[in-house]
Design a protein around this ligand. Sequence first.
Ligand SMILES: O=C(O)CCC(=O)C(=O)O
Ligand SMILES: [Fe+2]
Length: 349
Amino acid sequence: MQQFHFQFSQSYPPCFRQHFSDQINHQSTPNHQNQEEQLQLDPIPLIDLRQINLQKLEQACTDWGIFRLINHSIPVDLLSELHEHTVKVFELGFESKQKLFESIPSSVMSYFWGTPAITPAGVAVALYKDEGTVVNYNWVEGLNIPVGQSSQLHHHPFISDFRKLLENYGVHQERIARSIFGAMSQNLELCDDNNGYLSPSTGQLRVYRYPRGCFDKPTKVWGMEVHTDSSVVTILNQYEVGGLQVLSPKDEAWIDVKPIPNTLIVHLGDMMQAISNDKYKSVKHRVLVNKEKERFSIGYFVFPGDDCVIKSPNYKPFTYPDFRAQVQHDVKTLGLKVGLSRFKVNGNF
Ligand SMILES: O=C(O)CCC(=O)C(=O)O
Ligand SMILES: [Fe+2]
């Protein structure tokens, strides 16, 4: 047991080892409900990708900024193979992971931890420090993978196989994003000139492992702290262990977004809120730390093309690279993302 603990925690970045939790629970929580029963009890709006109901979609986008997708047509085998590879990669010793990813170009895959804020080059933004002390670690390790442009596969066979699976998964994500965005454009009556608002060449996958963590009561540590995504849309696949919560717009309560097999979660991001002139919500969400179980998830983030100027009455015209630069500046200097209010016509900035 001691031996296992030693080896296992060695796969974590050193900053996580101190709070590594000894309480392991390998058992998957028995859920006696079938998918249909789970969906009936789920408060998150449900959209069927095979037959998108525009009215339901409109309501989910205006009231919630999040919905659950069924019938997404991603093969089950692809999902399970991807999960197996993900677990294997993260289980490598921390130093081996560092060495491995130092040898791989960030256009193929890059490794980060402690923060989800990544530069366009795939490098983690330096953690914000107050008087020399890191203020808020996010209890997460991740891999960043650009998918939209065909990138070279790496010669390392293990990574090359993983990259192929991710590439394949990315193709499905692109298909899903196009179809959701097409339906939203119809609802918003966007004209064809606005095609650049969704540019699949900007697509990025983020594969996450959230370590088990154990903290003293008063310390509030997050798997991922409260934020909105900067994307047009984010498509999220959670494996078995929950922890994701969204702020329900109506009653301002935090709601669990449970992992339900064969469903995906779609978040609307800041770019979608701006494109819709604030009609649609960029949903606030966060991830809790679990004491007993590690958590794995994969997110697909897609943005407007770099040259595409977002023009909507509530905002000064801006491009996604303008927004990204501002976010990175704020994260570096203030330790937080200010976000859309920086670009409002009547903003305080
Ligand atoms: O892992 C999750 O469930 C959420 C991840 C997330 O919110 C993000 O990457 O922006
Ligand atoms: Fe997010």
